[in-house]
Design a binder for this molecule. Structure first.
Ligand SMILES: [Zn+2]
Length: 333
């Protein structure tokens, strides 16, 4: 058993309480490799922003859970070397799908876990979440739960409605499970294709897709039921069009990729939403930067020469999110 506290990591409790009060949100960035991790830590250190390092199932399969956990330990030391005296870094399991997995991550040094029982019937979600919370709290590890199914790519907009988190369920769920934060579904979705073109309108000037707005009315109702309780938004990449356009113009193929406008995330950050998950945008930044090198210097074959610029581009992206969208800069001095 390794305690995250020995690794210099923190859980999300104090961080979220401060964020809800302060009207900003903590960035939760996924990492799968060294360059992403370096970029996240550098951006957080330079802006003095609390940060959540997330490890998904895909990341565990790709890079190995043990290796990623040691990299996160290294991240704390690296942050200090960069001049961040008291780094506020959380190591979080993204979309944990079983009690056993959450337990193994907690024993390994994760400071926060998500148990995602959102696809289960309500009572089973409650039971599973409760079990994870009971174990996690013994070690002062915080738990994120999910209620409502994140709208993926649905055929009809009306069908999406029924996937939204039901505000009438949240008090019962939070009380019964004891979870520390709640991921809700109000229209965000995973991936770079968050909406089908037919769900969007088109900007008459640019011809670009304009996605449907988030269900702020649902968020408001949830906030009313759970005043001050930390709310989490998954699938909150904005899919920057300049990356998509660059990729498409240089051999890529990402037709009609569309995300959540930053304006809406800025608005959400000021509410009880205190954790915003961003993954696809970093992938796009990385891909655009790598394509740029390959396009401009076809003879390049040293991975450092294309992953280095990719890392620089990600630092830029993360800092932009922290400063201009989430407003978390300067909150971890
Ligand atoms: Zn997610």
């Amino acid at each position: 058993m390794v305690s995250y506290k020995e690794l210099g990591l923190v859980n999300t409790r104090a961080m979220f309480a401060k964020a809800v009060k302060g009207g900003y949100a903590i960035p939760a960035f996924n990492f799968n490799n060294m360059e992403q991790l370096q970029a996240i830590v550098q951006a957080a250190a330079e802006t003095k922003s609390p940060v959540i390092l997330q490890i998904s199932k895909g990341a565990r399969n790709y890079a190995n859970q043990t290796l990623l956990r040691y990299m996160a330990e290294g991240a704390v030391q690296y942050a200090k070397e960069l001049g961040w005296r008291r780094p506020q870094i959380v190591l979080h399991l993204d979309h944990g799908d079983s009690y056993e997995l959450c337990k193994s991550c907690i024993q390994m040094g994760f400071s926060s876990v998500m148990i995602d029982g959102s696809s289960l019937p309500y009572d089973e979600n409650v039971a599973l979440t409760k079990k994870v919370v009971r174990y996690a709290h013994r070690y002062d590890v915080t738990v994120e739960a999910e209620l409502g199914v994140l709208a993926g790519v649905e055929d009809e907009v009306s069908a999406e409605e029924s996937h939204y988190t039901k505000p009438e369920e949240v008090i019962d769920f939070v009380t019964k499970t004891g979870c520390d934060s709640l991921a809700i579904s109000i229209g965000t979705s995973h991936g770079a294709y968050k909406f089908k073109p037919e769900q969007c309108t088109r900007d008459p000037k640019t011809g670009k897709l304009v996605p449907p707005p988030l269900a702020f009315d649902v968020l408001k109702q949830i906030e009313k039921k759970l005043p001050g309780f930390p709310i989490v938004l998954h699938g909150s990449s904005s899919v920057p069009q300049e990356y998509v356009d660059y990729i498409n113009a240089h051999g890529g193929k990402l037709p009609d990729a569309v995300g959540i406008p930053e304006e809406q995330l800025r608005k959400a950050s000021k509410s009880a939403v205190c954790k915003i998950n961003i993954d696809s945008d970093s992938r796009l930044a990385m891909t655009a930067a790598v394509r740029k090198v390959f396009f401009e210097k076809p003879g390049e074959f040293d991975p450092r020469k294309y992953l280095g610029p990719a890392r620089d581009e990600m630092v830029k992206l993360y800092k932009h999110k922290i400063i201009n969208v989430l407003g978390s800069d300067g909150h971890a001095k």
